[in-house]
Design a protein around this ligand. Structure first.
Ligand code: SF4
Ligand code: SF4
Length: 170
């Protein structure tokens, strides 16, 4: 993955992609979910996360209570110490996020050092299979310039929707 190229492309196109996602708040094309599923499968045939890890380098997961207990137990440390060592409170009360980026568990080969017990947020990222897709627009609006897979998915959906449906171009 050429992240420098991705960053240039994403900066150039993110406003148009975000405008498209915002339109989905009001206007969801007929049979949109099957189109999302098929396009997403296509995207994952072309993207290998181990050549990217941009999410682990630039973003933080939000840790649930279960995540904290499971991961702290893995390191044989109390949750309090785990928080003190690596985390800070998130924007919402009770949420915990990484203090620094890249994530402390990211390995030099772009793999996750705690893959089997990683936070649920990481396991579900980039949330493309959440349904209905348009209810996750705010997430995709935030991630379209950070995750190459989300960028590709939204770009391809935009092109197909604008070509095949009576959908105003952005
Ligand atoms: S989920 Fe997105 S940002 Fe994370 S490694 Fe995969 S393509 Fe890159
Ligand atoms: S816990 Fe693993 S998957 Fe999650 S951000 Fe850190 S390195 Fe990436």
């Amino acid at each position: 993955m050429d992240l420098a190229r991705f960053n240039r492309l994403a900066q150039r196109n993110r406003s148009r992609l975000r405008a498209f996602l915002r339109k989905l708040d009001d206007l969801v094309p007929e049979d949109f979910q099957p189109l999302v599923d098929a396009t997403d499968r296509q995207v994952w045939q072309e993207i290998d996360c181990t050549t990217c890890a941009n999410c682990c380098k630039k973003m933080t997961p939000t840790y649930t209570k279960d995540d904290l207990q499971r991961i702290a137990q893995h390191f044989r440390m109390p949750v309090k110490l785990f928080k003190e060592k690596w985390l800070k409170p998130g924007d919402t009360a009770g949420e915990w996020v990484n203090r620094d980026t890249p994530c402390q568990f990211l390995q030099p080969d772009n793999r996750c050092g705690i893959y089997a017990i990683r936070p649920l947020d990481c396991a579900e990222f980039p949330h493309h299979n959440k349904q209905p897709f348009d209810e996750w627009n705010d997430t995709f609006i935030g991630n379209v310039d950070k995750c190459p897979a989300t960028y590709e998915l939204v770009s391809r959906l935009k092109a197909q929707v604008e070509a095949g449906w009576e959908f105003p171009e952005t």
